[in-house]
Write a protein that binds this ligand. Structure first.
Ligand code: FUL
Length: 454
């Protein structure tokens, strides 16, 4: 069959094969987590009652005494703000456990809170499961209270015992978050921790000191401009997506009285949003419960404001009413046509032929439109491909770039001064293999974004 006929044939049947995955690719759990985009971190514990970020494991457990502790409120606030998962500090560096562990006396059991019968982890997990927010826990490997810490094999066993309780008694666990702080030089039997997690909660992601989610490398909530999920680890290329963790109050993971002046402004949070989620990373924003055991009103209000402004900016996607065309369509097949990028379906995407690594997708609004945001998403289930791209508008007989970038990955949001044009295109100039694009978005930012900066 000649090329024309075979193209026609496969186009009619929709039989063009999808691009071969470009390894490494995400696991289903990594992909589902990436799609969550936004989570809440809650640092709560003995430190909350001492105005300290780190205590040394000697603070009296009787000082842990929240007056109105209601973890359900934390989960409700997270859910209302569009956060899809929540990670609570089951035990921080000081060793104090927020649940009544059988392996240490240093826990809520030794506190006056609910006469020692309370369990913060239980309440967080129950509320998460009920409200459909993925439940995760932070467990600090570094332990300043536990005497066994000085004896690594004994501590490994202790740590596994705690893990076993947390993995076995609180329903489905989505994330196990291992902080690396101050653990340099200490020998942990990581493989035995990972094996236990895989055995007891095969769906859980192991974050930071672990194989599934990597730390972005700072606590500012900012991912680099070029963000590859493909990373080298132990001499191998692996899919290792980045999470940006940042506290909503500058430098304060735990609640501090009089810390409200440290609360980040709406403008700062928007900047964080664009430079984390907008760069294709996942954002884990920390909001610390206060001494009542509630999220402070001011923080809740700021988070709601952030959510409202983002929702307003991204409410109307101008791309959805545009005519979309491409420089190349895989096999000429409708299954991979440019229109797939404006349908909002996670399983549909545009793809180019195998030998194509430069291509464009053009949106024609039919009349001039004003916009200042352009978003693109690769179909990362098949691997991350795009290495360089430009956002262009017509200029005489050619095109001119209004914004440029390198990687796209799960998400790339460009910001640029308000531009009025009838046509705009994503021009992929470099790709590791034939590109795939799952979604395109063109928006005009809410006036509240600019107002927030004034
Ligand atoms: C750091 C810790 O030392 C901080 O206290 C906080 O838990 C942050 C998320 O990670 O490494």
């Amino acid at each position: 069959m000649d090329l024309f006929l075979s193209t026609l044939f496969s186009a009619c049947l929709g039989a063009t094969p999808a691009p071969a995955p470009l390894p490494p690719v995400p696991t289903p759990q990594q992909l589902a987590w990436q799609q969550m985009e936004f989570g809440m971190f809650c640092h709560f514990g003995i430190n909350t009652f001492h105005n300290m970020e780190w205590t040394d494991g000697t603070k009296d457990p009787k000082t842990f005494n929240p007056t109105e502790c209601n973890p359900r409120q934390w989960v409700e606030v997270a859910k209302a703000a569009g956060m899809k998962y929540l990670v609570v500090t089951a035990k921080h560096h000081d060793g104090f456990a927020l649940y009544p562990t059988a392996y240490s006396d240093y826990s809520v059991k030794a506190s006056p809170w609910r006469d020692g019968r309370g369990d913060v982890v239980r309440e967080v997990a129950d509320a998460c499961h009920e409200l459909g927010v993925m439940f995760g826990f932070y467990l600090s490997p570094w332990d300043r209270h536990e005497p066994k810490y000085a004896d690594p094999p004994a501590y490994d066993e202790h740590f596994r015992n705690m893990l076993r309780e947390l993995l076995g008694n609180y329903g489905k666990v989505g994330v196990v978050w291992f902080d690396g702080a101050r653990s340099e030089g200490h020998v942990y039997d990581w493989d035995s921790y990972y094996a236990l997690i895989r055995e007891m909660q095969p769906g859980a992601l192991i974050a930071i000191c672990g194989p599934d989610i990597r730390w972005v490398g700072n606590e500012d909530g900012v991912a680099p401009d070029t963000l590859w999920n493909v990373q080298e680890r132990d001499g191998q290329q692996v899919w290792w997506p980045a999470e940006c963790d940042v506290p909503i109050r500058h430098g304060q993971w735990f609640y501090h009285t009089n810390g409200e002046r440290k609360l980040r402004s709406l403008a700062e949070l928007l900047e964080i949003f664009y430079r984390s989620i907008g760069h294709g990373a996942v954002l884990l924003l920390n909001i610390s419960p206060d001494r009542r055991g509630l999220l402070p009103e001011a923080d809740v209000a700021r988070l709601a404001e952030l959510n409202a402004v983002i929702s307003e900016t991204f409410r109307t996607n101008l791309a959805q009413s545009a005519k979309v065309t491409a420089s190349n369509t895989r096999g000429g097949d409708a299954a991979f046509a440019s229109e797939r990028t404006i349908e909002g379906r996670p399983d549909a995407y545009w793809a180019a032929d195998d030998d194509v690594t430069e291509a464009w997708l053009e949106l024609d609004f039919g009349e001039a439109r004003t916009f200042d945001r352009f978003a693109a998403r690769e179909h990362i289930a098949l691997g991350q491909r795009v290495a360089a791209h430009r956002i262009e508008i017509p200029d005489g007989d050619g095109w001119t770039a209004i914004s440029e970038g390198t990687t796209i990955g799960y998400n790339r949001i460009h910001r640029f001064p308000a531009t009025t044009a009838r046509r705009v295109r994503l021009h992929i100039t470099q790709s590791r293999a034939c590109p795939t694009i799952q979604a395109l978005g063109v928006y005009k930012a809410s006036p509240r974004e600019a107002a927030a900066k004034e």
